[in-house]
Design a protein around this ligand. Structure first.
Ligand code: COA
Length: 391
């Protein structure tokens, strides 16, 4: 492989929301067979934010352990990828400046393209580091997937943030230089400015995802990317975890490759474990899948991993990387599992009330009682200004 061999992910950490709703509860109240969610969608539970959590508090919680470990020396860029913007003008990344004690010599920007923009951030970071290998870039993907109550998308909701420190000579994943792209103007999923929930043509979004990831793979191969056989694992954008199986079977079908179901399962399973429990986290979901893979798979040292990013609307990118020797020493596997297990179980009634309360407060001054256990809170919105606090 040619290009820039030594740029990639040096550290990776995540945060999720305070509450969790078991999808058995949702199925019971909706009169749906729970197997539709567990088997059909491949989802067991979903993270639900407390009223005083949002993408900024989750982003801060995800990035804090990385900054504690590595400090802020040579950190000059923070890219926050989200499609759950809290403002039409100000970048959500700016709220992180005081929360994370970032240097005043930092370029703070928000990026948007549905679930894809975290991957754009990764490529932009690689470019900045190619220009000056001493620089380090913090990327945070943070999203809350909200659909209308009782809609088909409801069981695929979720919330998470994944933070990644991108550097030269990375400790965890070294990016290959080849990447493949596909874009198309399509209305499969969007959220107009006046809405807090997405509008989705579910069937079209699944179909477009399959086409786009297949085309991105073809471009990746044309540009010198690895062959299918070289990969120890495949990470897909995960709106729900069976989507990875669909996408991989589709890819194999277009290539005329016949793989045993057990082989497909082995190459996908570990990257879907966290997402099954957390739900969709839009920009974060691919990278939560990568983190899940690193935390669960047998030793991946020097093995290649393929990543498929997809953002409705749509942009898709296929890229890859090599897992670095010693990567396990840099993971926080026990802490990550504890964080998921530590979420507070909520009743269906509480979930419905929180969902409805979000829209009822829209555009109205309000103070939020402490609800989340996160060290970062949204405490009030007054005069349309969001006020955050760290413990
Ligand atoms: N036991 C096991 N599986 C069951 C089942 C049962 N009792 N009942 C249904 N299923 C299966 C279906 O066969 C289907 O599987 P398939 O896709 O392999 O055919 C799956 O569960 C989903 O059922 P379906 O009826 O297609 O779901 P839906 O119409 O309620 O909605 C989505 C599915 C994905 C369209 C919907 O969740 C959505 O709109 N999500 C948001 C958008 C999104 O995530 N898009 C993805 C690309 S970004």
């Amino acid at each position: 492989m040619s290009g820039i061999p030594s740029v990639g992910i040096h550290d990776i950490a995540f945060a999720t929301a305070h509450y969790v709703l078991d999808l058995d509860d949702l199925a019971r109240h909706r009169g749906v067979d729970p197997a539709k969610y567990h088997v059909g969608l491949g989802q067991d539970a979903m993270s639900v934010p407390a009223a005083d959590e949002d993408i900024v508090t989750m982003a801060a919680a995800a990035a804090a352990p990385i900054l504690r470990r590595h400090g802020t020396d040579n950190l000059r860029t923070v890219l926050l990828a989200t499609e759950t913007a809290v403002d039409q003008s100000k970048a959500a990344a700016l709220y992180l400046h005081p929360l994370l004690d970032l240097p005043s010599t930092t370029r703070l920007v928000e990026l948007k393209q549905a679930c894809y923009s975290g991957t754009a951030a990764l490529q932009f970071a690689a470019g900045l580091i190619a220009r000056d290998p001493a620089e380090r870039v913090l990327i945070i993907t943070s999203d809350i997937a909200r659909y209308d109550l009782d809609s088909p998308g409801e069981p695929t909701q979720g919330a998470a943030a994944v933070a990644m420190l991108v550097t030269a000579d990375p400790a965890i994943l070294q990016l290959d230089s080849a990447s493949g792209l596909y874009c198309e103007d399509v209305m499969d999923f969007w959220r107009p400015n006046h809405r807090s929930t997405a509008i989705v043509d579910g069937e079209l979004s699944v179909r477009t995802y399959l086409t786009a990831t297949g085309r991105a793979w073809a471009d990746y191969r044309m540009r010198g990317g690895r062959t299918l056989e070289e990969f120890a694992a495949f990470c897909y954008h995960l709106p729900f975890t069976t989507m990875a199986r669909k996408a991989h079977r589709n890819l194999l079908g277009t290539l005329g490759a016949e793989w045993e179901p057990e082989r497909i399962e082995r190459l996908l399973r570990d990257s879907t474990r966290y997402n099954r429990l957390i739900g969709n986290s839009y920009t974060a979901s691919l990278y939560l899948g990568l983190l899940s893979l690193l935390d669960h798979a047998p030793d991946l040292t020097d093995r290649a991993v393929a990543l498929f990013s997809y953002g409705s609307g749509c942009v898709s990118e296929c890229f890859s990387g090599i897992v670095r020797p010693g990567y396990r020493q840099h993971l926080r596997t026990a802490e990550n599992r504890d964080r998921i297990a530590a979420r507070t179980a909520m009743t269906y009634g509480r979930y419905r009330a929180l969902h409805a309360g979000h829209d009822a407060r829209y555009g109205i001054d309000h103070v939020l009682d402490p609800d989340t256990g996160s060290p970062y809170r949204l405490t009030e919105i007054t005069g349309d200004k969001r006020i955050y606090q760290k413990a």
